[in-house]
Design a protein around this ligand. Sequence first.
Ligand SMILES: NC(=O)c1ccc[n+]([C@@H]2O[C@H](COP(=O)([O-])OP(=O)(O)OC[C@H]3O[C@@H](n4cnc5c(N)ncnc54)[C@H](O)[C@@H]3O)[C@@H](O)[C@H]2O)c1
Ligand SMILES: [Fe+2]
Length: 389
Amino acid sequence: MWYFSSPKLIVFGEDALEYLESVKASKVFIVTDKNIASFGLLEKVLKHLEVSGVEVKVFDEVEPEPPKETIFKGAELASQFKPDLIIGLGGGSCIDSAKAIRVLYERPDVQIEEISPLTNLGLGKKTKLICIPTTSGTGAEATWAVVITDKRKKVKLELASREVISDVAILDPELVKKLPKKLTVEPALDALAQAIEAYISQWKNDFSDALAVKAVQLIFKYLPRAYKKGSSDIEAREKMHIAATLSGLAFSNSQVTILHALAHSAGAIFRIPHGRAVALFTPYSLRFNFSKSWKLYAELAETIGLKAVSKKELAVKFLNEIEKLLKELKVATAVKDLRIEREEYLSKINELVERTMESTGLIANPREVTEDDVKKLFIYAYEGKNVDF
Ligand SMILES: NC(=O)c1ccc[n+]([C@@H]2O[C@H](COP(=O)([O-])OP(=O)(O)OC[C@H]3O[C@@H](n4cnc5c(N)ncnc54)[C@H](O)[C@@H]3O)[C@@H](O)[C@H]2O)c1
Ligand SMILES: [Fe+2]
């Protein structure tokens, strides 16, 4: 027996924010960050909420890769304000913060670490949750994952509960129209990785496959356009926004792999933004899984129109195509290019390996993973060396 989870409603397309004009709520608590406010994106949301006549309180203190402290502060303010609707507005960081704040607000007796499929949270009694992404990447608006950073332990808590999934996700392309180049690319490569991981994970299923394939197709077609043309190509922006949500739905109903495990541990220890870390570890992880996943790579290659005489060749072409895309988008594909000193990196290698081995990303990885494999992957990724084991 298996389940498929998604928000109850996904509102998408031009003017999707208008949905807010008819929300049934009286007190709305918005979880966002200072950039979203300064770029005028919060303004757009407030304008629609004004029509619905609700009382609003804004918490705009979310930091990227949100630390536990942000969640505690937001939950405290929410408890004082007593909202019946929480809105997460921003990238994955704001959305995950909104999810976690909602849990602590509804269940003050629960510790963040207890957000797990094994805890019955009984959410929905005090508030509903609407998520509005302003990056096209993580898909967090549609997933039941919550990623919070424990700064003291330098670890990303990979939390999950089907109960934290948003009631409504709103995908309005207007909010991502002006994304700068780096923020167009890095979250999008997170979406690409998540879709591929969902497709090769041992927990893959027909639902997640369908969503993953569509996400991969859209990203290959529209990401180069969104990158080159920016705000002048609204179609590319809109398709990338949808691709991100599809990717979230795909992995959240399947699982990620060693790729996210490596990215989370390096991301937490060296403070690398999530999308950047994911993009970097993509070639190494996909090549590491080649012996188990090549048939699936070949299938994905076919869905994006690649051709070759044999399936194996097709699989190789798929990986080459990804590496070509990473080059075209000018992302770092070796840790040494991130200005992380070799000595410092090597001094943390055991910690990196330990964190990776504890990550939920290894649970359903297609190939069995040993500590030695992980260590080698981190070393190869530092130098930018092709995986040959
Ligand atoms: N819950 C999930 O399912 C899930 C999945 C993948 C990743 N994540 C998490 O999401 C986080 C990363 O999210 P992200 O990649 O969306 O980045 P982010 O939310 O960390 O945002 C990165 C930066 O972009 C800015 N920003 C956001 N939207 C903008 C816009 N429209 N214009 C200009 N600037 C904008 C933010 O203010 C921030 O400074 C990580 O913590 C990661 O672990 C969660
Ligand atoms: Fe991710």
